[in-house]
Write a protein that binds this ligand. Sequence first.
Ligand SMILES: [Mg+2]
Ligand SMILES: [Zn+2]
Length: 179
Amino acid sequence: MPYLILDRDGVINEDSDAFIKCPEEWIPIPGSLEAIARLTERGYRVVVLTNQSGLARGLLDEETLRCIHAKMIAAVEAVGGRIEAIFHCPHGPEDSCECRKPKSGLFRAFAERYSVDLAGIPAIGDSFRDLQAAKAVGASPILVETGKGRRTLAHHPDLDIPVFANLYEAAQHILYCHA
Ligand SMILES: [Mg+2]
Ligand SMILES: [Zn+2]
């Protein structure tokens, strides 16, 4: 079964500089749920790896994050998709942890738990640090222009990786061009 790695904020749901602090603030990007559903139908196992420094900043707690993820999982399942697992980093930039992207601890935790070889696994993100973390473990980074994606592209115009308008377009590419 092929795996596919997704960042959360700015890829699946609308990003916010004020953080996603409660289920009400979790708003799917148009087409993202359907993209996950198409990937699921075609046998992809979708795993979400997400920095959630709002926890370290005291903007939400683990229980609220669980509720946000329950909403996300339900929204995905409502259209026929499935999220296999979610790994999050609860730390802030000052915590010097190994899991906050651009560090690759979330990728390694996933690989270990699921006994997966990360080499070549598509990893879709909107921030440069998503791409760095993916690259560091040999996954195949893909940039979407939603969320911080356009900013990422403007700051790194020479990125030598695939870029798509959004998750739906990226999924179409993976499903039909990425045998
Ligand atoms: Mg993001
Ligand atoms: Zn961390």
